[in-house]
Design a protein around this ligand. Structure first.
Ligand SMILES: C[S@@+](CC[C@H](N)C(=O)[O-])C[C@H]1O[C@@H](n2cnc3c(N)ncnc32)[C@H](O)[C@@H]1O
Length: 262
């Protein structure tokens, strides 16, 4: 996981409470709860004063409230010239997200995350790095895909180190499953790409099987890098995060997968 898990015994601080109150203003009030298997569990987490401040000051500009109706992506990001739009699912604390958004200022990033401190952390990075090309939807990305994003509207999708759900009885919670692969493919424009990365080999193998079986997707690396057996070299824009660097030093592997909508 790309960030530290909160201590289960931590008591909420005044900052946490201020943050939760601010977050609640952006949470949907009237969306009926549906009983489906989720790819996440909502964890309590400590937020810093800086994150709470970023939430308050930058939230109104950079948070996109969830709504159960299609949005106009051009209008969401503003600007006269339409730029490519990449959806990121589960950005954690936003380290890679901010790095990539700074590297690719001509691309717009719609970023979904359900972990509240992570949302605050990315807002803080947006402020510190003066990023203009990110909007955050603090909501389940699957519902965002289902209700807010039109099909064939995305130029790319990033899913970096999704929760591996190691135990067999939890594998059903993994994001990359055939139904989601079909949904992701349907939301990409022709030629748009899906980039996943994981450090858990059984999940990498599942991703390769599931994405390889989706008829709308073609593996970009299969022809160019046959020696990688379906995996891709790490694309230049994805940074090595602190967490990943630590893993690599310990000899752990990382697998990138890049598919394209045909
Ligand atoms: C293991 S973390 C990885 C975070 C980050 N991508 C990184 O590389 O450090 C996975 C993240 O995905 C988020 N997540 C899982 N399912 C999600 C969903 N359906 N919609 C939005 N975020 C989700 C979790 O809250 C968690 O923060």
């Amino acid at each position: 996981m790309g960030h530290a898990a909160p201590s289960p015994n931590a008591k909420p601080s005044a900052d946490d409470e201020a943050f939760a109150a601010a977050f609640a203003n952006h949470a949907p009030q009237d969306i009926p709860f549906r009983r489906t298997i989720k790819s996440f569990v909502r964890r309590a987490g400590r937020t810093t004063l800086g994150q709470a401040k970023a939430f308050e000051e930058l939230g109104p500009r950079f948070l996109l409230p969830y709504q159960p109706a299609a949005i106009d992506l051009g209008a969401t990001f503003g600007g006269a010239t339409p730029h490519p739009v990449v959806l990121e699912i589960g950005f954690g604390m936003g380290e890679a997200t901010a790095h990539i958004a700074a590297l690719l200022p001509e691309t717009n990033f719609l970023c979904c995350e359900v972990h509240e401190p992570g949302v605050g952390a990315l807002l803080k990075r947006i402020g510190e790095q003066h990023l203009q090309n990110i909007r955050i939807c603090a909501h389940d990305a699957v519902e965002v895909l289902d209700h807010m994003l039109p099909e064939q509207s995305l130029d790319g999708i990033h899913i970096f180190f999704p929760d591996p759900w190691h135990k067999t009885k939890h594998n059903k919670r993994r994001l990359i499953q055939p139904a989601l692969a079909a949904k992701l493919a349907a939301h990409l424009k022709a030629g748009g790409y899906l980039h996943c990365a994981t450090d858990w080999q059984p999940y990498a193998e599942q991703m390769l099987d599931v994405l390889g079986a989706e008829p709308l997707l073609k593996n970009r690396a299969a022809a160019s890098h046959p020696e990688l057996a379906g995996y891709a070299p790490k694309p230049h824009y994805r940074p090595l995060t602190k967490f990943e660097n630590r893993g690599l030093k310990l000899g752990h592997g990382v697998w990138d997968l890049v598919f394209e909508r045909q």
